[in-house]
Write a protein that binds this ligand. Sequence first.
Ligand code: NDP
Length: 450
Amino acid sequence: MTEKVRSEVDKFMSGLIRRNPGETEFHQAVQEVAESVMPFLFDHPEYRKASILERLTEPDRIITFRVCWRDDQGNVRTNRAWRVQCNNSIGPYKGGLRFHPSVTLSVLKFLAFEQVLKNSLTTLPMGGAKGGANFNPKGKSDEEVMRFCQSMMIELSRHIGEDTDVPAGDIGVGGREVSYLFGQYKRLQNRWTGTITGKGLSFGGSLIRTEATGYGCVYFAQNMLEHRGDSLEGKTCLISGSGNVALYTIEKSLELGAKPVTASDSSGFIHDPDGIDEEKLAFLKDLKEVRRGRIHEYAEKFGCEFIPNERPWNIPADVAFPCATQNEILEGDAKTLLGHGVRVVCEGANMPSELAAAHQFLAAKILYAPSKAANAGGVAVSGLEQSQNSLRLTWTREEVDRRLREIMQKIHAQCVEYGRRGGDDVNYVDGANLAGFVKVADAMLAHGIV
Ligand code: NDP
């Protein structure tokens, strides 16, 4: 980065930090994009003149509201919920809902901002939003989760709609929560619309939606490897998390001949040097999706190691798929991974690498795929779910999978086009940021000052 660009990024960031005090995750997400986009803005003054980056980093609107509900003991409980509608220049707002005690406005603003560029990369007409609540579904009964979802939807329903804003799941919001939210929305509207995605298959859900983020992430890793004449076959893979994204990343990496050896949750990780095979994965799915148990049970069942309160980044491997949460790879972890010869880091979770860790991967010129490219398969199939709902049609598993693979290839091609550094070396961070940005920026320029 030249001095001129660095000083412009610093100036832009100091204004953003002043306007959004204490929102560290939001600052981090914007900084990464500003570093990629600023050189491009110098070459294209029309975007600077129209203050596109300033406008893109100020959400269209943020809704904050109280959610009251009654627990099983009859106590009244109060949570805070948000919907951050960031930008709808290229299509209706779209993005998940997160239920986790760590949810803050800063987290949702970073996720909504990332979502704008990610949705643009999918090639589908979707704007970007994100929402959620500081509600912890863990340890709650189904009835309690239902009452919370119904109460939240009473307010949220005023701000969403099939052509306005289409929420989906994220951390803590899986099939059960989406179903309760959808049921209440339908009741309030007295209309059946595809306003929420990730629905059950019997009421408008798309085949492959459950698997899409994990599958898409592995397809992206395969695309990057193929670009260098290599493949996933025989590669040892580290996976963090054991939720929706992690489980289907494990499944697809197995299918493509790789060897996944770790999985984790917030209590620690398991290391299975023999590899998580199909039978073990079936156990893990039942443990996490049905019984909602803890990861150490896997180690007890299959006689492997459980390492409490740690993440799997000190295990030597060829590929890392961080699939749990933001900032789970710190700079030191990145150095450890590189020291062990990691060749691919492909982000299933949103912003799992802190900025200094991402800089390490970029400097080492490994195949490093940022989340907005690598995990876009989830929202892409959500977009396909919306199309099927509008058409009142259901595509086959093969059809949706084919479209998903094609979309991941197109995202990869855009990253290569905008991020090529010479030869077969690609800066996927710059590529994803620029390709996502240009499409939205052009739409904003065309719309005038709004
Ligand atoms: P789930 O709730 O299904 O799973 C999350 C997993 O990550 C769990 O294993 C959880 O452990 C672990 N985890 C969550 N928070 C923490 C934390 N603070 N520290 C350690 N471990 C943690 O979520 P998803 O799989 O849906 O989402 C995972 C990531 O992927 C998120 O970053 C999400 O934004 C991103 N993503 C998800 C998409 C989707 O389609 N679902 C689409 C695109 C991105 P525990 O159970 O112990 O909390």
